[in-house]
Design a protein around this ligand. Sequence first.
Ligand code: AHG
Ligand code: MN
Ligand code: MN
Length: 336
Amino acid sequence: MNKTNATSIESSRIAQSIGLTLDRFIKNNQDQFQYASGELSQLLRDIALASKVVNREVNKAGLIDIMGAMGTQNMAGDNQQKLDVLANIRFTRALAKGGEVCALVSEEAESFVDLNNEGKYVIAIDPLDGSSNIDVNVSIGTIFSIYRRKTQTGTPLQSIDILQKGSEQVAAGYVLYGSSTMMVYTTGHGVNGFTYEPSLGEYFLSHPDLKMPEDGKIYSINEGSSNSFSNAIRDYIQYCKDQNYTARYIGSLVADFHRNMLKGGIYIYPITSKDPHGKLRLMYECNALAFIAEQAGGKASNGHNRILDIELKELHQRTAFYVGSKNMVTKAETFK
Ligand code: AHG
Ligand code: MN
Ligand code: MN
């Protein structure tokens, strides 16, 4: 047997033992979606494809010159890393080529990008989340939210198309570039997770119908910022210690969220004296994870109100973020 044959037999053996590909899963479940015309399915495939390209680049970081800072800042004043910029280009290009998305909101761009096409969807994306972890080989991610445009295609885009509440999302997901690469998403019918098999270049269903434990013992908060937390947050941290909870904080929201989703836990990024409106962005960080959390039986709030009900006033709006196991978030909210 020649080497090519052996490789393809091995590949099909892996495919059979692992099972359902992301492509097939999307196709099988297309009818669940109320506008089942196939465009949302194609859009999810475009995202998956771009994520494979980003995954390849993430894996090469250190070997080629893509680590480190660009020497520029994005509109939020964060230092842009080369991979942030590269990931933004990869996702923007894939979504522009796909034609299903008419407008794109990205952490890396000050205003939304009008793709000047007939696409019915609007996407908000954090192309690379956890960028301070790139240079130190720690898990990073991509977060995305998908909305239907409200106005007719072919007419100029309006702010009601762009500034939609999280409850209007039709799909949301994240990609975690971790010890393995995963894509987790929801279209409002539960949450499913897919693990990337690099030798086949395919995502396979590995975590069907994900459910977040209702309780947990992990708390994730940047305790180094305690001096700028409110008394309520400090009291809650003390409560976690009294309960003998475990502290885990990676500093990549996607990775902290994913761990808590599988194991049970709470992630909090509260308002601080430095960031009086919170640090995390509602449109392309919190809304997607809030939608996924709720679909998995978890909960997400700003400490008082449901994240998905918060009105959007500006693209880069920030919020406090409490997300995770339902009972833990409910408990944290009682600390005033
Ligand atoms: P990004 O890399 O997209 O700017 O996001 C970083 C976010 C989030 O991933 C993480 O949980 C949080 O910032 C960490 O902030 P602190 O370093 O202030 O804890
Ligand atoms: Mn981020
Ligand atoms: Mn980012």
